[in-house]
Ligand binder design. Sequence first.
Ligand SMILES: NC(=O)c1ccc[n+]([C@@H]2O[C@H](COP(=O)([O-])OP(=O)(O)OC[C@H]3O[C@@H](n4cnc5c(N)ncnc54)[C@H](O)[C@@H]3O)[C@@H](O)[C@H]2O)c1
Ligand SMILES: O=C(O)C[C@H](O)C(=O)O
Length: 308
Amino acid sequence: MKVTIVGAGAVGASCAEYVAIKDFASEVVLLDIKEGVAEGKAMDLMQTATLNSFDTKITGSTNDYSKTAGSDIAVITSGIPRKPGMTREELIGINAGIVKEVSSKLIEQSPDVILIVVSNPMDTMTYLVHKTTNLPKNRIIGMGGALDSARFKYRLSEALECPPSDVDGMVIGGHSDTGMVPLTRLATRNSVPVTAFLSEDRLNQVAEDTKVGGATLTKLLGTSAWYAPGAAVSGLVQAIACDQKKMFPCSALLEGEYGLNDLCIGVPAILGKNGLEEIVEIELDEAEKNKIKESAEGVKKTNGLLEV
Ligand SMILES: NC(=O)c1ccc[n+]([C@@H]2O[C@H](COP(=O)([O-])OP(=O)(O)OC[C@H]3O[C@@H](n4cnc5c(N)ncnc54)[C@H](O)[C@@H]3O)[C@@H](O)[C@H]2O)c1
Ligand SMILES: O=C(O)C[C@H](O)C(=O)O
């Protein structure tokens, strides 16, 4: 199993580290345009192999796509991150060109590759890859919901004063400060609805904190987050590589599901060896349906800025 990660920056390197530590891939290739950076990070990570007990071979490449040939899965993290005070949507001008070029070069070398898009604004970048490549829709997946759901569970565990592992929950919708839809009605602590423990006001606070999770970290760090993003991407990579049939909220191309068409947005999906194998349509209540509709309008507005 060969995994390529384009962009050896904060998220790309974190993802490479988690993939390696989980030890399911034979090879990880890190590629970046910055001279020597991917090679350096690959070597640094390889020097953790005996410390962290993994056999995955990590190599680096400065913009030489021949090194990525025959990749089963490729992750696109290349592009710029936001700075405090910015929205993800503001990154479209620079990142659209990068994502378009990178996806085309990856497919040239690995025609059977499954692509995971991470660069922001992620839903629109995922849609761009669908529009500009001929890959079947199961082989283009946007990562955002897995991260947002992890943040949601963290915020719920804080409110419940319990370990995060006690909590289950999911965030669907657009990966944006206003477009995320944390499904508080369906979240549970060991099968008990969280609504049994937390007031409506507290749950609304949890939802709002979740939606601005990325912005909160960006303000603290001066750039956007990387540990949880890298871990979230590695979860998707593992589900595909190991044919786990796991469910994650992923940005998928919708053709009628949830009453939506011609956009990529976060919905529950089953991931396995064929990539995004199934979109799961869950029963939403009226308020949730309205939130998804509103979120989709926001994503479509951003898609409208693309020149495709
Ligand atoms: N979808 C998500 O949940 C999520 C989470 C975190 C970050 N992100 C996004 O991921 C992207 C990367 O974030 P980061 O913190 O790793 O940024 P970073 O600046 O640390 O790393 C980006 C890397 O991309 C490289 N790059 C730029 N153009 C390239 C090209 N044409 N080919 C190859 N490499 C190129 C840069 O040299 C840099 O090393 C940003 O757009 C960020 O907003 C998305
Ligand atoms: O917040 C960002 O800009 C990066 C990423 O989308 C995140 O949610 O951490």
